[in-house]
Structures are given as structure tokens and as C-alpha cells.
Design a protein around this ligand. Sequence first.
Ligand code: SUG
Length: 446
Amino acid sequence: MKQFEANFDGLVGPTHNYAGLSYGNVASLSNASASSSPKQAAKQGLKKMKALADLGMVQGVLAPQERPDIVSLRRLGFSGTDANVLATAAQQAPAIFQACCSASSMWTANAATVSPSGDTKDGKIHFTPANLTNKFHRSLEPQVTGKILRATFANDTYFSHHTHLPDNEHFGDEGAANHTRLCNQYGEAGLEMFVYGRHAFDTSKPAPKKFPARQTLEASQAVARLHGLNDANVVYVQQNPDLIDQGVFHNDVIAVGNQNVLFYHEQAFYQSSQALVEIEQKFAGDKIHFICVKTAEVSVQDAISSYLFNTQIITLANGEMAIIAPTNCQENPAVSAYLAKLVQQNTPIKHVHYFDVKESMRNGGGPACLRLRVAMNAQEYAAVNQSTLLNDSQFERLNSWVDKHYRDILNVSDLHDPQLLIESRTALDELTQLLQLGSVYPFQQV
Ligand code: SUG
């Protein structure tokens, strides 16, 4: 039976902005308050999705969340009409207000952890939305994420949806940003690799000293239990705490895997050689390719600024692999030289495709952050909400939808404009029809 990996990219929302909300994420901090272009950001994302569909990949779309988040602002005590809520929150608590306006749900690598049916006890694809507890602005996402996932993968025979883990730092979970699956064929049992930043209940264990470790071991273990994974097919690897302190806020900033390839920086993991031995032993496939990038070839700083590892490695129809990289990699001499050399070597990676996703990159989100991977077979594919899949006509419709509703330029000072809220809700209401999602947003439930 046909088996493949689908990518579900987050559509950039109409309030995409730069608010410097993510301590530990270098790009987010350094672009705080720059003006953004929601329209360009959404179009850059759609262009990447279309290009992957044109390469023969199955490409889906995940809807963005409603922002400003009026429900959360009301929960925090702002009241009156929606316009009053916006005005008082922006004036009295600007930092909280900005956090409630972030379009951060666009980075769907953080939407959930997904385990394909080949790995799970009941043979269903399992989804657990990430609780994203470490950042207030992101902790507002999991409930609506759960609704969007249920509306996208709306079939109980094939899909199993869990509630996000308890909202507490002990179970800080960032979803697929710290989860990689290695396998032979997508539909066969694979090895699920969970990378964590710290132990929540044992503080004697190593942890970063400066920036937060967003993912805990205990959260990863809970997700593996919920998904019914077999211990023999799971590895837990600690991220190098020194790298978190240098700005590697997720594993997907320093490592990426696809099928039998693990592409990573030599400093990515704590006690790396031990971890790699366990991966090799547990990997059920024929041969695993460890592609290790040495510090002498690409420094950690260059890896962070170019997002060399926040790339997508995809398998093309002919079995060759391609790297989907941000143009920032092309612009960095050490990184572009490395990639030019890599495709000549004896590994499955034979092509590099560059994409301009700079609007997302300025907030620390590269190509890999923008997508949630779902390995599936033909029957599971048929059970997906077909309106969420990107074909030529859906691409045209979504582009026109962006043209119609999105602003060219947005400044942080525009966020309390009541007209922006109306524009966003109008856009999202229309989107739920385009994607046939039903009512997933709070404003649709009143
Ligand atoms: O969670 N940035 C996101 C970027 C997420 C990238 N995802 C992965 N690596 N998988 C974050 O830090 C910044 C928003 C702002 O500053 O306005 C932000 O949320």
C-alpha cells in the first residue's frame, strides 16, 4: 500500500507581527517591534506549500488561530465591548496585550506531536497538541489547536486525538519541534526520537543556565504513553544544555531527520555518542545515515542564524531526498558551501531547494517550524478532510483569500485597532468555509 509523509503547514494569520516574545529565541528578541507584512508572510508560506505539492509531496494546510485573543483578555479581567477590551488592554498592559496578538500558531511544528499508525498499539494515527507552557503567548494555543486538528483529521477510525498535557512547566511540551521519526518505509514501525531540554522532577540532572529548556523528559514520556508507543521503538535524548544557552531553543534548530537519515550538528546532543549508539541499535531499518556537521564546517552561531537544521528533508518520488532550506542558508557562505558539498556526497540527500520565508525567519521560524509532519497510508489519506489538502485550485483560492483580507504592513501599534479584529474574524470565518472546518473559533460559538 502507498505510504508517504504529508506536511501540514500553518497558514500565517492576519496579525503576524514582531513583538520579541520568545526569550531564548535569538531572532524573536532581535526583531522586536519591527514592522511586519502579514500578506507577504502568508504568501511566502503558501509559495513553499505549493512548491512542495509541485514536487509531488502531499501538502496540507492548518488554519491559524484568532488573534487578538479576546477570550484570554477577558479572562484576564478586561471587559466591555471588544473595542474596549482592546483599548484598555493595550493601554494598561501592553506586554500582555501583545502576547495575546501573536500569530505564533503559524509554526505548526509546535502544534502537536504526531505518531503514525505503524508505531501505535491501536494502529491509529495519534495527535497530542503541545501545551507550549513556557511562553505565555504560545500557551494560548493548545485548545483551538486541538479543535483544528480534530476538524482536519476528522475520522475516529483512523485518527486518535488527545488533550494537551497538564498546563504546567513540569510537563512543558513543544510538540514535533523536539520529536523526529526515523524509519525504513513511512508505513512501517519507526523509531520515535524525543529530544528534551531538562528533567522536571530531578533537578540534579544537567540543564541550561541562561535560557529556558522548553521541553521536559517527563512531557515526552507522557506523550509516548498516550500514543501507545512500544518502548523498543522510542529513544529519549537530551539536548545539549550549552546550546540551549546559545539560542538553540528547540531540537529542530540543530537536528532534523527523515526516514533513515539523521542530520545534526556535532554539538546537538548531550552525551552524543551514547545516544547515537542507542538510535542505531533500536533502528529497525537496513542502514541509518548519520550526517554529522562538525563545528569546523559550520559553527553553532552560523547554524542558528542560517537555520541549516530547520530545514525539511523530504523524499522525492524517485527515492532521492531533497533539503528544503531558507534562503538565509544560501546567503551564509559557510552554510551554502556545506550544502553544495553535501549533495555530492554518498548520502540519500541529492538536492537543495531554497525558499524565502524571511517574514517567518525574523521570528525564529524556518521551513521546518512551518510544518507538521503526518506519515500516512492511502486509506488514512482518504479519511483526511480533503478541503485542507493543497491542490492547484485550493492554492489559488487561498492566495485570493490572503489578497482580499490581509494587510500589507502591520506595526505593533496597529494591533489594538478594532478594525483589525473585524478584518481577522471576517477572514477566519471565510477560511473555515474554504477548509470546511466547521466552527473552530470562539467568536463563531457565540
Ligand atoms: O515559539 N517565535 C516562535 C518560533 C517557533 C519556531 N518553531 C520551531 N523551531 N519549531 C517561538 O519562539 C516569536 C513571536 C514574537 O516574538 O513576536 C515566536 O513566538
